[in-house]
Ligand binder design. Structure first.
Ligand code: FE2
Length: 428
């Protein structure tokens, strides 16, 4: 039997170099230096970094690429974004959502993203977004894994049919239970929504991922209820709190109590560095809080942390390019995650940690894993983030699904070398 593919001489995220990857029938068969097998196809990795694909643990495929419709967000706040989205949502069509989401999925694949957890708004009684994204999920499945979260954007109780629509979305096949406790009318309604949503997930054997405490208000402590309900209902390892921006401004003593409880319950945190630093702190005079959850402190407690992209060109964020390396880079800067170990952990927060939060099967580069990988123009994970390295090759199931290129430039200055490669990797 001739194996399908061997990729020669790559570095791996764990620091191994000079490795060959033998791939057959869509799976990784062997990983070691100098595999003496002739495969049907050979790729020279050139000593560069082969990584499992990026995983975006938090995104909104229903609003993506809708920037300016029907107007721009002038205040830059979360609440104006929610109002604009409400105006757009009322007239959404199935075709529009499918077209925008598919366009973004193409971009995501080209950028080496292999899986996206996307929230889908269930506020509108028509559930247009749900039907559209279920279709998109099915259509892109051969090259991109999508996991959907039923998200009551306007509040489980604050929207007239929030709860009923969330249950309908789960019946239709949406994978994960979502919520937004800090946006309910009262703290008590928020607390009740967390209890109800966790109970729904426990009864149905589903995962939970709530937009939780996405506010500058340090008194927003719904994460506390989410942790307690996770423990009470035995949901350990299946629950994530997204954003957690209030943690930025919380009392330090309270955080010293909260984080061990999060670790004990196995609740994961999903900050969204680009969006958090964009939307938060808008009501502050100087000094301004930047709204990122306390990542280093959570790591010190053993809490799983993944970074999400959240939005690209929509009512909340007019920038973004499906580049998870940009997400990690912002996290490193905004969170002072500057040691070598922390920068490597930031890379894990866009690869292996979100893969585990989503429960992806066969993720990684060990023998037996799915042959999904990205060849990056960098020597190691830290350099990949530093350069926002070009994706030279993207493989899904052992098949090339995207090819990138290097960023060479010709310099025209007297006495200076002509050909420069700003993307050239350096061993570090
Ligand atoms: Fe979000």
């Amino acid at each position: 039997m001739t194996p399908d593919l061997v990729i020669r001489n790559v570095a791996l995220p764990d620091g191994r170099t000079g490795q060959d990857l033998l791939i057959h029938a869509g799976r990784i068969v062997e990983v070691r230096p100098g595999i003496a097998v002739a495969a049907r196809e050979e790729i020279d990795g050139g000593g560069l970094l082969a990584s499992p694909p990026f995983v975006d643990a938090h995104f909104h495929l229903d609003s993506v690429l809708s920037l300016g419709r029907p107007r721009l967000n002038e205040s830059g706040t979360l609440l104006e974004g929610i109002r604009i989205w409400g105006e757009l949502r009322a007239g959404l069509t199935h075709e529009d959502v499918v077209e925008r989401a598919l366009a973004y999925c193409d971009l995501a694949v080209a950028q080496g993203i292999g899986a996206i957890r996307s929230h889908v708004d269930v506020t509108d009684d028509r559930l247009v977004g749900v039907a559209a994204l279920l279709e998109v999920k099915r259509r892109v499945a051969p090259w991109l894994t999508i996991q959907l979260v039923a998200f009551p954007q306007d509040g489980l109780y604050r929207a007239p049919r929030g709860l009923a629509n969330l249950l309908r979305a789960l019946e239709l096949g949406v994978d994960v239970v979502g919520g937004i406790p800090h946006h309910e009318r009262t703290m008590e309604d928020g607390r009740r929504s967390v209890v109800e949503l966790c109970t729904i997930a426990a009864e149905r054997g589903l995962r939970v991922d709530l937009h939780c405490d996405e506010t500058d208000d340090p008194a927003s402590r719904h994460i506390e209820t989410l942790v307690a309900e996770t423990t009470r209902l035995g949901l350990q390892g299946r629950v994530a709190g997204s954003h957690l921006t209030s943690m930025h401004g919380m009392d330090n003593y309270y955080v010293s109590k909260l984080l061990p409880l999060m670790a004990e319950a196995g609740v994961a945190a999903i900050p969204n560095p680009l969006i958090n630093i964009w939307l938060q702190g808008r009501h502050d005079a100087w000094p301004k809080r930047r709204g990122l959850a306390r990542v280093a402190e959570m790591w010190a407690q053993g809490i799983p942390v993944a970074f999400g992209h959240d939005c690209v060109m929509d009512p909340w964020y007019p920038m973004g390019s499906a580049d998870m390396l940009e997400v990690a880079k912002m996290a490193i800067h905004a969170g002072h995650l500057t040691s070598r170990a922390q920068m490597r952990a930031a890379y894990e927060a866009i690869t292996s940690v979100p893969a585990s939060i989503l429960g992806l099967e066969g993720y990684g580069l060990d023998p037996g894993c799915r042959a999904d990988l990205v060849l990056l123009e960098a020597a190691d994970p830290i350099e990949a983030i530093r350069l926002q390295a070009a994706r030279l090759l993207v493989l899904r199931g052992g098949r090339v699904v995207a090819r990138g290129s290097s960023r060479r430039v010709r310099l025209e200055l007297p006495g200076r070398p002509g050909e420069l490669d700003p993307g050239r990797p350096f061993p570090s």
